[in-house]
Ligand binder design. Structure first.
Ligand code: NAD
Ligand code: UDP
Length: 337
């Protein structure tokens, strides 16, 4: 099977390409490299000892999508391409609606024209908004608190409408919790532009000496140690979830599935686990809460097990160990080669 992976040069995309190649799929990556580096794809080939095809292009460009689907006889699409920074989305909402919503619309139109009707879409736990009950099950009410989240929600609604009108489509909407870690060889990993917004890459940069300390955004939450609790999932587990979802798309459906561990960890737990994994100290200061943050967020991951036969395997120690290996071997990410 030939799989088109949009945004395949990015953090989750590269890890998914590794698993696809190892499983024997033909892989075609379409990426505009606005938040990634072509070197990442060379590393994917190095890890797997297989080659993939790369198209430098934009998901908003329907013509290039159609040409790519025809040329490579694409059977299914895994759609990662998009922008993902919550803060930036508040400042530049139109960029988010254009890349994430318009981009997906063009992709769906191209798929429809080319008769490609199997799609795995990268959604996010952000579509649950403020949790009303925990753990978060897939039937939890959906809402958004920022333009990024709203763009994911809009795409989800677009996919459900498309499926209502064309019930032969095969669509998996994967709602990721907090992807962290890296491939165990340390050749690929998250390479954030500028100062990271997310916890694990920031902690890793403190450990490698790029920042003096971690700002803990609030220690007065109603959690065991007062710091925010999240469901961190190893990116390799997440990548494997995509292959399970593809295998499950052997029949028409439009299914939303959580990919998380079902276990929450606080900021302090992550900081301490990273210290143990890296052997470095990660000093911290407590700051005021970050606007829009919720106290606690973790998945009910049962549906993924029941439907897909998937379960996250890696614990927080492995997530930190693998993240640290990537960070310490590549302190400047992919930019020096
Ligand atoms: P990433 O930025 O590392 O990867 C996204 C890739 O898409 C990059 O290679 C980028 O260059 C490319 N891209 C962006 N806009 C494009 C466009 N218009 N045309 C072509 N390529 C484009 O991000 P990631 O962490 O790998 O996330 C992948 C997907 O998963 C995103 O849709 C994101 O919203 C979603 N997601 C990520 C997280 C997370 O915490 N990392 C959580 C939930 C959901
Ligand atoms: N966080 C923090 N300092 C940072 C980055 C994040 O204290 O520099 C906290 C944040 O308040 C939240 C948790 O770490 O409680 C996870 O934040 P992240 O941005 O990684 O994920 P999200 O909040 O989007 O789930």
């Amino acid at each position: 099977m030939a799989i088109l992976v949009t945004g395949g040069a990015g953090y989750i995309g590269t890890h998914t390409c590794v698993e696809l190649l190892l499983a024997g799929y033909e892989v075609v990556v379409l990426d505009n490299f606005c938040n990634s580096h072509p070197t990442a794809l060379d590393r994917v080939e190095q890890i797997t000892a297989r080659s993939l095809s790369v198209v430098r292009g934009d998901v908003r460009d329907q013509a290039i999508l159609e040409a790519t689907m025809h040329h490579f006889a694409i059977d299914a699409v895994i759609h990662f391409a998009g922008l993902k920074a919550v803060g930036e989305s508040v400042e530049k909402p139109l960029d988010y609606y254009e890349n994430n919503v318009v981009g997906t619309h063009r992709l769906l139109q191209a798929m429809q024209k080319c008769g490609v009707e199997t799609l795995v879409f990268s959604s996010s736990a952000t579509v649950y908004g403020e949790p009303k009950q925990l753990p978060l099950t897939e039937d939890h009410p959906l809402s958004a608190t920022n333009p990024y989240g709203r763009s994911k929600l809009m795409v989800e609604e677009m996919l459900r409408d498309l499926w209502q009108a064309n019930t032969h489509w095969r669509i998996a909407i994967l709602r990721y919790f907090n992807p962290v870690g890296a491939h165990p060889l340390g050749l690929i990993g998250e390479d954030p532009r500028g100062v990271p917004n997310n916890l694990m890459p920031y902690v890793a940069q403190v450990a490698v000496g790029k920042h003096a300390y971690l700002n803990i955004w609030g220690n007065d939450y109603p959690t065991p140690d007062g710091t925010g609790v999240r469901d961190y999932i190893h990116v390799v587990d997440l990548a494997k979830g995509h292959l399970k979802a593809l295998a499950h798309l052997n029949a028409p459906q439009c299914t939303a599935i959580n990919l998380g561990t079902g276990v929450g960890h606080s900021v302090q737990e992550v900081r301490k686990a990273f210290e143990r994994a890296s052997g470095q100290t990660v000093p911290y200061k407590v700051s005021t809460r970050r606007q829009g943050d919720v106290a606690t967020c973790y998945a009910d991951a049962q549906l993924a097990t029941t439907l897909l036969g998937w379960k996250a395997e890696h614990d927080l120690v492995t997530m930190c160990t693998d993240h640290w290996r990537w960070q310490s071997l590549n302190p400047n990410g992919f930019s020096n080669g």
